[in-house]
Ligand binder design. Structure first.
Ligand SMILES: Nc1ncnc2c1ncn2[C@@H]1O[C@H](COP(=O)(O)OP(=O)(O)OP(=O)(O)O)[C@@H](O)[C@H]1O
Length: 281
């Protein structure tokens, strides 16, 4: 089965499992990225993402996961191929505030309170104070920090700082949320709590699409409608594993034999098989 038809089948299954219209949101066709120093970061990347999906990216360090995110977010240009985001170019989608990013590092301003931190993107856009504070409180409520609007970042644990980063991303009501290893630095219990909270937020939004980078196969399986598996650099998406488990996903899913099956499928797909001589370009 070709990657393309695998993609389409998986997207159809995902649409039946999650809210959302199924409208195509992100499309990469044969996309390459070569950095100015000659590094070929990714090659021939194909991916079609439907509205309302939750797709995780797994693959070895340096295979180009962040590069793909940066291209989708319009932070770096692709070198070859076709890339469309929300029916337009990535830069255009970003300037319309339809894309938000969450990184592993929380990048909060230490000297100002949570409400000011979360509403900063709105302030930079000139949204009046009252409107931005309403949105800021809403976003902090969503991540369970509605009572801490006046706290300073230094008063928070690592998990709480991550919640604030997520709130800051949600404050713009993005259609596409890109999360680059957001929970990588957290302990396992906090990580699982935040996974549950993120899934709740995503499900309640109905329309928001999430793309998520992780090195943790268990996390990828628990969260996602599909898991995109990449090869070592130059990275390419070699397989997309469908996780057709309905939402909401309960804690019991983590110990379900089916969960183990999905984890095995992703882990097997990650075992890099070098191309045979005849298959190389
Ligand atoms: N600005 C840049 N200039 C040159 N090379 C770069 C640049 N950014 C990334 N690279 C290279 O491109 C390749 C892919 O990097 P990228 O950060 O996308 O990988 P990754 O899969 O996200 O890695 P990790 O899992 O370690 O975060 C790496 O070899 C990296 O060194």
């Amino acid at each position: 089965m070709s990657l393309r038809s695998l993609d389409e089948n998986a997207a159809a299954a995902a649409r039946s499992a999650v809210p959302g219209s199924g409208r195509q949101l992100v499309e990469l066709n044969n996309v390459d990225k070569i950095y100015p120093n000659g590094t070929i970061a990714v090659r021939q990347v194909d991916l079609a993402v439907s509205e309302g999906e939750f797709i995780s990216f797994v693959g070895p360090s340096g295979c180009g996961k962040s590069t793909i995110f940066n291209m989708i977010a319009g932070l770096t240009d692709h070198t070859r191929g076709r890339l469309s985001v929300l029916g337009t170019t990535p830069r255009d989608a970003r300037t319309h505030n339809e894309i938000a990013f969450v990184f592993q590092e929380h990048t909060l301003l230490p000297w100002t309170n949570l409400l000011e931190n979360v509403t900063l993107p709105l302030k930079l856009r000139g949204v009046p104070r009252k409107a931005r504070e309403e949105e800021g409180r809403r976003a902090l409520e969503l991540v369970g920090l509605g009572d801490s609007v006046k706290s300073l970042p230094r008063q928070l644990s690592g998990g709480m700082k991550m919640r604030v980063s997520i709130a800051r991303a949600l404050v713009s009501r993005p259609k596409l949320l890109l999360m680059d290893e957001p929970f990588g630095a957290l302990d396992e219990i906090t990580r699982q709590t935040l996974q549950d909270e993120l899934l709740n937020i995503w499900q309640n939004d109905k329309r928001m699409t999430v793309l998520f980078i992780t090195h943790n196969v268990f996390e990828a399986v628990f969260l996602s409608t599909r898991v995109a598996v990449m090869t070592p650099r130059p990275g390419k998406i070699t397989e997309i594993v469908d996780i057709p488990q309905p939402f909401p996903r309960e804690e019991t899913f983590r110990s379900d034999p089916q969960f183990g099956e999905y984890v095995r499928a992703v882990s097997d797909a990650m075992k890099f098989k070098p191309a045979a001589a005849g298959e190389r370009e």
